[in-house]
Design a protein. Structure first.
Length: 506
């Protein structure tokens, strides 16, 4: 009897604590916020977390963070090894910090829950945290996203300015996910590089994006989520549209698991391509072989062979366009190639003319990295994008300064070690000055400031200030390689703050 009682006592005691070692998650976009263990007791729920970033970087968590399960919130009641008051914690030389977060107790039979630090883009959110042995329920995909639909002919390979449209809808979307989808495609304005656009889902988990792709081509879609990145592909043509269905809390068993359905233009082809990417079998080879039949990524990479041949037809037109236009935009002495498609030929002329007007060296003695932009052809509200377009695909730090601004000059000196630290990163440092500075003085100063320099009119710089929401010297703005502005800083900033902004942009 005593032995039986003891067994019952131990069994009852075991139910007082449930541990999830290395729990799984349904969705997150913060790989450095790593939940090591979840401990559920009747008194509290504990999250054992490791923050893993680069040494010297900082982070902080709010005292208002909470857990979310079954429509209820469970407030924070404390922490171990960090303070939950917004105080920044600096990572040591290991780049890691282990700590524990405590919350009001979740029910002991909880199967999954969310961690919410806040609902802004800069806050930490981890959704559908669950024991790795727990299988998340599968949400059925509506038949309309799985049906082949009507067969369609490949669109004619001819230039058309009519925009194409991609729609996104999602299931299991939760407020605060702040999901961003990156679209990669060939922008005919700069065909030497793939353009990346970022589309953000709204609070209903939906979004639409229309853009002038110019000619039929493959579009790559990407969601950077944990623990895997999800990819999908869409064959789009001008005037056509396609809709992708995303299951935000689909268990990640491999890459691409978030995209679960497609409908619209060429949905069957997109689905076959998608399955081939997952399977990586012989089917992929046959689909990849189709890519050069229309405008796609492999075609752009190999367009030199097409462009320098005597072939005629639209693919040869497109190849010549993609091969020669980037050279013309870089002011290389190339003749306009034969482009039989009038729409594409006119587009070539338009972009070459724009390039010749926007950047000139009509001031004597300017270095190759110094640009004098003529107000006549560039409106104040267009100047910022005009400059950014020249450096697509690169991380950008803009420094707005003046020769008479002492804090500006101090900032230039203090930034030199940071530039050396990031010398292997693909960063462009752009310095913007206006006619409030003396031209000759500016020309003298920039010889000691490594970067791209622009001398603007007051109106042009005023347009940039309006777009950045600032109006003072110095002003800094950081843009990621996909063109997203990730930080705007006013006044001379501590170098550590600038470093953190650049790290965020990588």
């Amino acid at each position: 009897m005593i032995i039986l009682f003891a067994f019952v006592a131990v069994a009852g005691q075991a139910q007082d604590a449930i541990l999830w070692e290395r729990p799984a998650i349904g969705y997150s976009d913060i790989p450095y916020f790593q939940i090591q263990k979840v401990e559920l007791t009747k008194e509290r729920t504990a999250l054992h977390v490791r923050m893993s970033l680069m040494p010297g970087l900082e982070f902080f968590l709010k005292s208002t963070c909470y857990l979310q399960a079954n429509g209820k919130q469970y407030e924070s009641i404390g922490s171990d090894s960090i303070q939950l008051d917004g105080k920044r914690i600096v990572l040591d030389d290991t780049g890691k910090k282990d700590f524990v977060l405590y919350f009001k107790p979740l029910p002991m039979d909880t199967k999954e829950f969310d961690f919410i630090d806040g609902l802004t883009e800069d806050d930490y959110q981890v959704f559908c945290i669950h024991d790795k042995d727990y299988a998340m329920p599968v949400t059925p995909v509506p038949d309309e996203y799985l049906a082949d639909g009507a067969d369609e002919e490949l669109a004619e390979m001819k230039y058309d300015a009519t925009p194409a449209t991609i729609h996104f809808k999602s299931i299991n979307y939760r407020k605060g996910m702040n999901t961003r989808i990156q679209l990669g495609y060939v922008d005919l304005k700069n065909p030497a590089k793939f353009d990346d656009k970022v589309v953000k889902l709204n609070n209903d988990g939906e979004a639409s994006f229309s853009f002038p792709i110019g000619v039929p081509q493959m579009i790559q879609l990407c969601i950077d989520n944990l623990p895997y990145t999800s990819y999908a592909f869409a064959y789009l043509a001008p005037g056509k549209d396609v809709t992708f269905l995303i299951d935000m809390l689909h268990d990640d068993v491999g890459a691409n698991s978030k995209f679960v359905g497609i409908k619209g233009y060429f949905a069957k082809f997109d689905r076959e391509w998608y399955q081939a990417i997952i399977a990586k079998d012989e089917a992929q080879k046959s689909i990849l072989a189709l890519e050069n039949e229309f405008f796609g990524f492999n075609f752009v990479m190999s367009c030199k062979d097409y462009a320098t041949s005597d072939a005629r037809g639209f693919n040869a037109d497109l190849a010549r366009y993609c091969y020669y236009l980037p050279q013309a935009l870089d002011a290389k002495p190339v003749k306009k190639p034969l482009i039989e498609d009038k729409g594409l030929s006119d587009l070539y002329d338009k972009y070459v003319a724009e390039a010749q007007k926007t950047t000139t060296t009509n001031k004597e003695g300017l270095a190759v990295n110094a640009h004098y932009l003529d107000m006549t052809d560039i409106a104040p509200d267009s100047i910022l994008q005009t400059i950014l377009n020249r450096y697509k695909g690169k991380t950008i730090l803009i420094d707005i300064w003046a020769t008479w601004c002492v804090p500006c000059m101090q900032g230039h000196e203090k930034m030199k070690p940071l530039k050396e630290e990031f010398r292997d990163k693909d960063i462009v440092y752009i310095y913007l000055t206006s006619t409030t500075s003396k031209y000759d003085k500016w020309k003298e100063y920039i010889t000691d400031i490594a970067g791209e320099h622009y001398f603007l009119t007051k109106e042009q710089l005023g347009g940039i200030f309006r777009q950045l929401g600032r109006n003072g010297y110095p002003t800094y703005a950081v843009f990621s390689s996909n063109g997203e502005r990730v930080a705007t800083l006013s006044g001379f900033q501590d170098v550590e703050i600038v470093r953190e902004a650049l790290q965020k942009a990588f």
